[in-house]
Design a binder for this molecule. Sequence first.
Ligand code: DC
Length: 254
Amino acid sequence: MHTDGHGDANAAADSTQPGGEAWRQMTNQLVITIDGPAGAGKTTVSRMLADRLQFRYIDTGALYRGVALGVQRAAVAPDDDERLAFLCQGLELHFVRSPSGGSRLHCGREDIEDEIRTAEISMLASAVSARPVVRRFLLSVQRRLGRKGGAVFEGRDTGTVVFPEADVKFFLDAPLAVRARRRHAEFEGRAAQSLDAVESDMRQRDHNDQSRAIAPLKAAEDAIRINSEGLDPEAVVARMLTFIESRQSSAPGK
Ligand code: DC
């Protein structure tokens, strides 16, 4: 289960530092969105930012992967809208906090977090995410998750479509070659794909995600753009926190 972001009431009363009590009271209703292409560093940064703020971290890409796994298992064609709609109705996707602190995607009672992380599911998720019927279904799932605030949403359209009114929006990007190298390195020698194959898959997914007719990957007009090339995740998170802080202190009524 997720916590609400309401943390330890004994935190120092004067703590306006990120994660401190005063900071939490000021920010705990916020919805923060982090969008961008694969490999830009969104996951690491979103998790770290959520940790610092004691917010929930919501990986919306995992939801698309969850649908893709359902599609694969039921052998549904990714463009068969009627069967996709039926499949979605039966999927009970939700996040469960793991003992190690992360959150894992479950479908009903089954933990599917590991199964949704294969190269095949990545490609299938990109295909099903172009289907309006799937996006409609996941839109309501995501909005339900965001209702209480106190969450960092990571995805492709969370600042443009899912939460156009989000309090703070970031768009994290980096050149394709940099993103591919990072993704390949994440596998630490266990990569089933060569660096070239990772880069070519990524190029294809970028193209799919940016060119689909519905909710294409793009920065919201009011998003803060950050290029993560040459920045470590701590530096990116520090920039984000500075921005959130300045936004909060200049908010009306503060
Ligand atoms: O972030 P990821 O690689 O786990 O996302 C898997 C796929 O889901 C990706 O190809 C694009 C799609 N996606 C999307 O269309 N909208 C989102 N908000 C998140 C992911």
